[in-house]
Design a binder for this molecule. Structure first.
Ligand code: DOR
Length: 450
């Protein structure tokens, strides 16, 4: 592996932006040179020089919630295709969800996923072990240094992984020491709302009713219950994809996820879209939890800034176009996002919603801190050289031709982003450069200091 010298970048890291150069060797960041020239003889052999003049250099994004569909659902995507799309979007590490086929609810199945990833993933990886009503022994045996967390579906979504037995939930919350990542939507409320809307509209429900069916109330009842259980048992709780203003009232403000035991994530779609977009995009923005009101979106953005919400992620969940084009009940929830998450958030930086430092904090630093990932998420000497370079002045349109997801579509199609990822470096390797991907590269398993 040849050393890499990134020159003249605007480095966005740990709350500041400064000019500098970064020298990477043997997979690690060896030297950060701030506000001065590169010293003579920094490298005996000739390194690859990347001229980052006029560009931003960020730590690689760590996405704590993706669905890459392997094994069993690979017609939607697989670890190879979706990790390649992730790398093109500036994501260098991901944590993948257990609602595959079969569901990943045993350590044996988990090992199989790690094996597949070692053979196919272009980015660094870890996997959640899924909870069921009766697999506590498997959860307690999970290797803490290897498994990112336990996923509990406290509301049903794609895959049949609902954990609805109160006794099982009490046991999980009281005995698991890994982060417990929860999908919160109250099943009874959803069922009641579904019946009411079915009565009104029959089988062909307008997609915009998704926000009323998978409602604010459904989210709040479930999130409140998760918080109540976590407080009772001292659980390390991580609430995934928060989607309502009301739920943010359950969270504490903090400048670091390490200072609290209940943390939260928000996803790109809940920060970007609102219910007025159903008219234009229909089932393409049908997600669980649903995209809701402009008021909810605004409150979620505020909660990111105030430190109530710790992480911005994707919940990347590809489905084929044919599947998505079905009528309301048959169209699966979820959509692909990993290739566009960072540029979408940098667009919000340009609109003045977030600072670039805040985007880096929520997409790079916080996941590393929250999950105790070893030597990633920051631009620091001795850390892995997981880096992304973005051109803040390069506009590009999302089109069928440049979408890398196996499903071939994006909710952002036709959107022109004003910032582009130009280089993604994974463990000191240039894996993505200006539209070209090194498909031969393989990422590493994430390690957790626990
Ligand atoms: O919209 C969603 N799709 N939400 C989830 O929780 C699961 C995901 C999927 O796997 O399709």
């Amino acid at each position: 592996m040849r050393p890499i010298l990134i020159k003249n970048a605007k480095i966005v890291n740990e709350g500041t932006i400064y000019n500098g150069h970064v020298f990477c060797r043997n997979g690690l960041i060896e030297k950060i040179i701030k506000n001065k020239e590169v010293p003579e003889g920094i490298c005996e052999t000739s390194p690859i020089i990347v001229n980052a003049s006029g560009k931003l250099l960020l730590p690689g994004v760590i996405d704590d919630q993706v669905h890459f569909r392997e094994p069993g659902l690979t017609h939607k995507g697989d670890i190879g295709t979706e990790s390649a799309a992730a790398v093109a979007g500036g994501i260098t590490s991901f944590m993948e969800m257990p609602n595959t086929k079969p569901p990943c609810v045993t350590n044996k199945l988990l090992d199989e996923k790690f094996r597949i990833a070692s053979e196919k993933s272009l980015a660094n990886y870890s996997f959640y072990l899924g909870a069921t009503n009766d697999n506590l022994d498997e959860l307690l045996r999970a290797d803490q240094s290897k498994v990112c967390g336990i996923k509990v579906f406290m509301g049903s979504s794609t895959g049949n992984m609902l954990v609805d037995n109160k006794e099982s939930l009490e046991k999980i919350f009281s005995s698991v020491s890994l982060p417990v990542a929860v999908h919160c939507e109250d099943e009874e409320t959803i069922k009641r709302n579904t019946a009411a809307y079915r009565e009104k509209y029959g089988e062909d429900i307008p997609v915009k009713m998704h926000a009323a069916i998978r409602s604010e109330e459904a989210c709040f009842i479930s999130s409140s219950y998760a918080v109540e259980l976590a407080k009772k048992h001292g659980t390390r709780l991580h609430i995934l994809h928060m989607s309502t203003a009301k739920e943010t009232g359950l969270l504490e403000e903090s400048d670091s996820p390490t200072k609290k035991s209940i943390t939260a994530e928000v996803c790109i779609h809940h920060l970007w879209f609102d219910e007025s977009d159903y008219e234009r995009l229909g089932t393409r923005i049908k997600w669980n939890p649903s995209v809701k009101t402009p008021h909810d979106r605004e409150a979620l953005r505020k909660a990111v800034i105030s430190g109530k919400i710790d992480i911005i992620a994707t919940d990347h969940a590809p489905h084929t176009e044919e599947e998505k084009n079905r009528k309301y009940f048959e169209s699966p929830s979820g959509g692909p996002l990993v290739q566009h998450s960072l540029v979408a958030m940098l667009e919000l930086v340009k609109e003045g919603v977030f600072s670039a430092e805040m985007v880096v904090e929520k997409m790079c630093h916080a996941p590393a801190l929250l999950f105790n990932i070893e030597k990633r998420g920051f631009i620091r000497e001795g850390y892995f050289a997981d880096l992304v370079i973005v051109d803040p002045g390069r506009s590009w349109e999302v089109t069928r031709e440049n979408i890398l997801y196996r499903c071939g579509w994006s909710p952002f199609e036709g959107k022109t982003f004003s910032t582009a990822v130009t280089h993604t470096i994974v463990n000191g390797n240039l894996v993505y450069v200006n539209g070209e991907t090194d498909y031969k590269y393989r990422g590493k398993q994430l390690k957790f200091n626990r």
